[in-house]
Structure formats: C-alpha cells, structure tokens
Design a protein around this ligand. Structure first.
Ligand SMILES: Cc1ncc(COP(=O)(O)O)c(C=O)c1O
Length: 412
C-alpha cells in the first residue's frame, strides 16, 4: 500500500455521494426499460414531467444577453451592490425586518451555511438542528471540528417539537454559552415541513428569554433554500418581520440561495444576510464573512449576480420570471397533493408535508428499503430514518402511483 499523503484533518472515508450514485442507477434503468417504467425521485432539482431539468427562460435569456466582460469579470468579494440589494429584496419580499441588515455573496446556500458555521461557532461546539436534516450540515461541521446535535422534528402527535427544540437549545447554551440553531424552513429538506408563524413566535419568545443571560450568544441560521416554492404567494415570508427589535445577543442569519429560486443550481450564487438591532453586530458579521469568502472561494459568479439583479430591477423580466416561477410552484403543489392524497389512501406513513421539493417516508432499514425499491425501478434516497421522495423530479402521474408501490415494498 502506498504511503498516503493527505494531512490528518483531510482524512475521510472514501465514499462517493450516495444521491448521485442512485441517480446514476436510475439513469441506467431508464435506458434499459424506458422512461415510463422508471420513477427517478432522487435529485433535489425541479424537473419537467419528462425528467428534463427546468431552466427558466427569463433567467437564461438574461444571462446569455450579458456582455462577455460582465460574465468574465471578477465580482467584488462581498458581491456586486446591485446583486446584494436584489438578494435582500428577493429574500424578504414585503417582510423586510426593521433592523440593521448586511449581506455578503456566497456560492449558493452551501456557502451561507459554511459562513454561519465557521463564524458563529467555536472549535468543538455543536450546532443544533432537527433530526431529519440535509446531510451537508454534517460534512460542513465535521470538516472544521464542529458537531451536529439534533432534536426530534416532530413529537409523538406529529406536531413540530418545540419542546425538544427548547430543551436541546438550553442544554447547548449551558455547555457552550453559544448556540447556532439551524432551521431549514420553509419547505424543509427532507420532510417538506414549514415552521408556522405561531411556532416562530414561540421560538423567538424562548430565545429572547435565553438571551436575557448576556453571556449567551445565540444565532439562528434560517436556511431558506426552498422559500420561493413555499406557500401561497409570499405568505411564507411573513416570519421575517419578526426579526425586528431582537436583543443584541440574538443574531439572525439567512442563507439565501438562487439555486432553486432561479433554477441556477450550477451557477453557484447566493448570499448570507445578517440581521440585528445593533449596527456593530452586523458590521462585525460583514467583515467576518468577507474574510471567510476571501479565504475559501474569493468571490462569486459575476454573471449570475448580474442576471439576478437585472431580473429584479426590470419590470418586464421580473413579470416573466414571476410567471415562470408561479407555473412551476403550481406544478409542484399538484405533484405533492397527488402523492400525499394517495399515501393517505393506501396507508403509507409519511411525515407532515407543507411545502417544497420532498416528502419523507419513515421506515426501518432505509438502505434495504431503497435497494428493494430499486428492483421495482423506483429510485429514492435512503436517509438515516427513512426515505426521501423528490416530488420535484417526478410527474404528477407517477406521484400518484408511487405511494402504493412503495407501501407494497415496505410491507414485504
Ligand atoms: C437544505 C438545503 N440547504 C441549502 C441548500 C443549498 O444549495 P446550494 O448551495 O446549491 O444553493 C440545499 C440544496 O440542496 C438544501 O437542500
């Protein structure tokens, strides 16, 4: 065996991304048996009914019409001014909090999560999130000597588990005097849950109480990757207004991403947005994020920034974009309704779904279940506690037939 070269901190198990691996198998099955025989519900990207990727015309006509130099040039490390303003406007809509706000561009939402984890935890700390969670939270934290603690997302009655959130937050604050609470909402990946406005009131009320102890440093990261595909119109953005008048030691960061909202997955563009009642705290955030950006990816994709800014500021383009988005939001809703209704009909147990790209099916031995489903040409992602079905990638017709097929395999 060769003498291996990687430094201690760079040694990780040699494994490829399971989602892309299963997606590869689904592509093979499609080739072999024909598209109509295969349900490929693996990738978290919006697909047409025929399995091709949705790419908004408003976005790609704008990008392709940019001057070459506008695409080729470096962007400022913090992002272009027009992009950052557009990011805030897209993110908050009518519900901008009344607070000091600063933003820094990131390569997608992933960059935003990295920024928050790196700058708002100390080595050895753990972040807190729900027990069903997007696995890169783990990758991002473990790489830099941080951990992930979780609370059960739902209680025994299937309600959002505020009690668990409070208990685990209190424990971590006791231990670390610092908390980074990561809430992927609305349209949580993988369950499709959205924290309600009332639940937000309770979360904020609780965190304010904890912030009375001035030794506690509390940060909430709202991972809003799927926000544009949640709720009717902008109802799922109302909670942003609640980030007004918070105590200094309760800081909010939003990870804004254009990957899903603008179908710009590969263009790697997003922003971290810091929100505080205290100007010094957002200034500190801004300069910390600039440093991290320079140290990791330097700057973002200028052409992507220009595209988002143009669409946001040009009435005609914006209308076209809104129409496209609304069309696909409806499509997604129909697929979700088909899956959820059918699941109920055939008695397939799923977690409470509200919005977004995924539905989760709790089960024993998710790996084994996913394997058996593959034999039936149904490709789903096995998670620790169940299966993730990506309705974003599957036609309404197949969303209707899938629950019964899945139930049969799980019952075997
Ligand atoms: C929960 C969650 N957060 C953040 C992201 C960010 O993705 P990106 O870096 O592509 O914007 C994703 C994308 O899959 C996600 O599922």
């Amino acid at each position: 065996m060769a003498t291996l070269m990687v430094g201690e901190h760079g040694k990780w198990p040699a494994k490829s991304d399971p989602i892309f691996m299963i997606a590869g198998k689904a592509a093979e099955a499609k080739e072999k048996y024909g598209a109509d025989k295969v349900i490929n519900s693996t990738l978290g990207a919006l697909m047409e009914d025929d399995g091709s990727l949705v790419a908004f015309d408003s976005v790609y006509s704008t990008l392709k019409n940019l001057d070459n130099a506008e695409i080729a040039a470096y962007a400022p490390i913090q992002g272009t001014k027009e992009f950052l303003e557009a990011a805030e406007e897209n993110c908050f809509g009518k519900y901008r909090p009344d607070a000091y706000i600063r933003a820094v561009a990131t390569p997608g939402g992933t960059g935003g999560v990295k920024q928050a984890v790196w700058n708002y935890t100390n080595p050895g700390d753990s972040i807190l999130t729900t027990n069903w969670y997007w696995s890169p939270y783990n990758t991002i934290t473990e790489e830099i000597d941080r951990g992930v603690e979780t609370f059960d997302i739902f209680d025994e009655d299937g309600n959002y588990n505020l009690k668990g959130l409070k208990e685990k937050s209190s424990d971590l604050l006791e231990k670390q005097k610092r908390l980074l609470l990561v809430l992927n909402t609305p349209a949580h990946n993988p369950t499709g849950y959205s924290v309600s406005d009332d639940e937000w009131d309770q979360i904020i009320g609780f965190l304010k109480e904890k912030a009375e102890n001035k030794e506690n440093k509390i940060t909430v990261l709202v991972d809003a990757a799927y926000i544009e595909f949640a709720g009717e119109k902008d109802e799922r953005k109302k909670f942003f207004k609640k980030f007004t008048n918070l105590p200094d030691n309760l800081f909010i960061i939003v990870a804004f991403s254009t990957s899903k909202s603008h179908t710009m997955y590969g263009l790697r563009s997003g922003a971290v947005i810091g929100i505080s009642s205290n100007e010094e705290i957002v200034e500190e955030f801004y300069y910390a994020c600039l440093h991290t950006a320079r140290a990791n990816w330097s700057n973002g994709t200028r052409g992507a920034m220009a595209t988002v800014a143009k669409i946001t500021n040009d009435d005609q383009l914006r209308n076209q974009y809104e129409e496209e988005k609304s069309k696909y939001k409806k499509l997604l809703r129909k697929r979700a309704e088909a899956f959820v209704e059918e699941a109920e009909k055939v008695g397939l147990d799923i977690l409470p779904y509200r919005d977004g790209f995924f539905v989760s099916i709790p089960c024993e031995d998710p790996q084994g279940a996913s394997q058996k489903l593959m034999e039936e040409n149904i490709f789903v992602v096995p998670l620790q506690k169940g299966l993730r079905f990506a309705i974003c990638a599957v036609s309404e017709e197949k969303c209707k037939t899938a629950p019964e097929k899945i139930k049969k395999v799980l019952d075997k």
